[in-house]
Design a protein around this ligand. Structure first.
Ligand code: PMP
Length: 285
């Protein structure tokens, strides 16, 4: 089945799916995005992802390209046309196409929108979860509004590449005070010796992950204590467990940090239980 993308009102084969050279996303990374997990052909937590999209756009004063209802139709249609049962749907909105000038384009410039979908083999993700993944740490050199899901991802790109070059799946950003902020494309968590589940408060220093939000519900149901506070790399290395969350991986155990084993070096019981139960708490559409 050939891949189809939605580009500014049209469903196009990938070979014809292109944006203008003066799209502000292309020239200034002046845009935002969302990634929703697709399971069994249904979107996971679409409502929450769309709420976050609306917030990101409003923080940057970019207009919604279409109604949420119309957008939902497009998202489902792209998933359907690509025959994606398990994978992700990607949505990007930029400030539109205009003659290059850093300042905002003239009023009435229409935002540009692209939607793509791709398959992810769930068995592969399960294999990573069964073994646990390694993370490395890198300095957090991003701007101070990473709560906005902007397409400006150069620090995240370089961090992920550093991880890959060291045989790890993810990089954790570390603030100048030595605390972990989040992963290059995930939120970061630890489980303490006292079985407290710790993750950073969702302020401007992290993206408020949708998986993070849903996991708070799962924690309650499991009678686990949540503590929203920063933790250092040393604390994470000495923790009972560590894990990351993101839409495409849900709860993924972390078993090594900068080459040091976490706990006994195997996926933790808490992370594994949360992963196993996560799907019961998501919204499917
Ligand atoms: N932080 C960053 C920097 C991310 O890119 C992501 C993935 N979008 C997350 C956290 C996790 O967010 P979510 O659970 O909504 O996928």
């Amino acid at each position: 089945m050939s891949r189809i993308a939605y580009v500014n009102g049209r469903y196009l084969p990938h070979c014809d799916a292109a944006v203008h050279v003066e799209d502000r996303g292309y020239q200034f990374a002046d845009g935002v995005y969302e990634v929703c997990e697709v399971r069994g052909g249904r979107l996971i937590d679409e409502r929450r992802h769309m709420e976050r999209l609306v917030r990101s756009l409003s923080e940057l004063r970019i207009a919604m390209p279409m109604s949420l209802r119309a957008l939902s139709v497009v998202l489902h249609e792209v998933v359907r046309r690509n025959g994606v049962r398990d994978g992700i749907v990607y949505l990007q909105v930029t400030r539109g196409v205009a003659k290059r000038d850093h300042a905002f384009p003239p009023n009435g410039t229409r935002p540009a929108i692209v939607v793509t979908a791709s398959r992810i083999d769930p068995a592969r993700t399960e294999r990573f979860a069964a073994e646990g993944i390694a993370v490395v740490t890198v300095p957090d050199n991003r701007w101070d509004r990473v709560d906005i899901k902007s397409i400006a991802l150069l620090p995240n790109v370089l961090a992920k590449q550093a991880a890959r070059e060291q045989g790890a799946r993810e990089a954790w950003f570390v603030a100048s005070d030595g605390t972990v902020t989040e992963g290059s494309s995930s939120n970061a968590w630890i489980v303490t010796a006292g079985r407290e589940v710790v993750t950073r408060k969702a302020d401007h220093s992290i993206l408020k992950g949708i998986t993070r939000t849903v996991l708070l519900e799962v924690l309650k149901a499991h009678d686990l204590t949540l503590v929203e506070r920063p933790f250092t790399v040393a604390e994470a290395m000495g923790a009972r467990e560590a894990f990351i969350t993101s839409a495409s991986q849900t709860v993924m155990p972390v078993v090594r940090i900068d080459g040091q084993p976490v706990g006994n070096g195997a996926p933790g019981l808490v992370a594994s239980a949360l992963r196993a139960d996560f799907g019961r708490y998501t919204e499917k559409s």
